[in-house]
Design a protein around this ligand. Structure first.
Ligand SMILES: [Ca+2]
Ligand SMILES: [Ca+2]
Length: 180
């Protein structure tokens, strides 16, 4: 069993993926996030199709985890718990892949860093509409010249979903608890 600290972060993660705020994660959240993301980036044609495919694949593999088009909080926590308990280093490797892929999509100009614009668009697309809170979240990474390296952001998320060490400050946890 994962400790309370990690369980509480998985709950925050689940909530953060409920794009349409109806209390559960379903295919509707996938559809809404990918279409908002494409709209906000003004993507059309092949580029929009690519994003659609990337988003769907990511949700299927890392969120639905074998469930069909809907996953409850209990199922989500149960699936993460299982994998975590079975093999922690494999779980960490899987979560590394998860956020490498996620932020690779968010980094639309492919400069291996995340700008405030890219960050705000991503969070808006995922239903986090409070721009002031999203901006505060981004700035907690102490951007240099307006940019945060992909590595730093990805590492903060891997830590968020895998670390049982409650003594370490988590930018992601703090942001979600602050209402992002
Ligand atoms: Ca939902
Ligand atoms: Ca970028």
């Amino acid at each position: 069993m994962a400790n309370e600290f990690l369980l509480s972060k998985w709950k925050l993660w689940y909530k953060s993926l409920d794009v349409n705020h109806d209390g559960k994660i379903s295919i509707e959240d996938v559809v809404e996030s990918r279409s908002k993301f494409s709209d906000l980036h003004h993507l059309e044609g092949a580029k929009a199709d690519q994003v659609k495919e990337n988003f769907s694949k990511w949700w299927d593999e890392f969120v639905f985890r074998g469930n069909q088009g809907e996953i409850s909080l209990d199922e989500f926590i149960g699936a993460l718990s299982n994998d975590f308990v079975k093999d922690k280093s494999k779980f960490k490797a899987e979560m590394t892949r998860c956020f490498n892929i996620f932020f690779d999509v968010i980094d639309t100009n492919k400069d291996r860093s995340i700008s405030e614009d890219e960050f705000l668009i991503a969070f808006k697309a995922y239903g986090h509409e409070n721009v002031a809170l999203d901006t505060k979240f981004f700035r907690a990474y102490n951007p240099k010249d307006g940019l945060v390296s992909l590595r730093e952001i990805v590492d903060s998320w891997i830590d968020f979903v895998t670390s049982e060490d409650s003594s370490k400050e988590s930018i992601v946890k703090k942001a979600f608890e602050g209402g992002v």
